[in-house]
Design a protein around this ligand. Structure first.
Ligand code: NI
Length: 189
């Protein structure tokens, strides 16, 4: 079964996700399904809230953008309970997209350097300093675990300009070419 991607406007994208405990049932299968859903939709990262689960789990395969961003070459991870430490406050803006916000790309300011600590799918701990686009992907995905999406970080003016498009997604007037799920009708504004 292919996992559908939950779209902007769905309440699951706005909740703070729960930490994952070792021995969680069906975790490896879920991770495999998330990678499959990510590849199917041609994304480089996918966070569990985007497939309707509020748990602190992210999959990333940044290799497809390695031609433009060499730091992404061969970088494939499963992040469980990831934690980001900001290493410098310099903000860099670059365009981002999100599988939960199809058809929209906006410049998003983010810090360039982070230190990431996480557990892999065997619950082994890792720590690594990251920069460039890899750091951006990680920050974007970890935002999802806090109930945030990239459009929360753009200017008020830009947000106003894309408001119509965001509403269209929230109301289900969108057809990405991968399996998706929109907000329940009763909860639409
Ligand atoms: Ni996203």
């Amino acid at each position: 079964m292919k996992l559908p991607v939950y779209l902007y406007g769905h309440p699951v994208l706005r909740k703070i996700s729960e930490s994952l405990a070792e021995g969680a049932d069906g975790l490896k299968e879920l991770v495999a399904q998330m990678f499959e859903a990510m590849y199917e939709s041609e994304g480089v990262g996918l966070a569990a809230p985007q497939i309707g689960k509020n748990i602190r789990l992210v999959v990333i395969d940044a290799d497809p953008v390695a031609e433009t961003f060499p730091e992404c070459a061969g970088r494939k991870f499963t992040l469980i309970n990831p934690e980001i430490e900001i290493l410098d406050g310099d903000m860099v803006s670059r365009p981002e997209g999100c599988l939960s916000i199809p058809g929209i790309s906006e410049n998003v300011p983010r810090v360039e350097h982070i230190r990431l600590s996480w557990l892999d799918e065997d619950f082994k701990p890792h720590t690594e300093e990251m920069s460039g686009f890899l750091s951006r992907i990680v920050q974007h995905e970890c935002d999802h675990l806090e109930g945030k999406v990239f459009t929360d970080r753009i200017s008020g003016i830009r947000k106003q300009l894309i408001k119509g498009k965001l509403n269209a997604i929230a109301q289900g007037r969108v057809t990405p070419d991968y399996p998706f799920r929109v907000a329940p009708k009763a909860k639409r504004r």
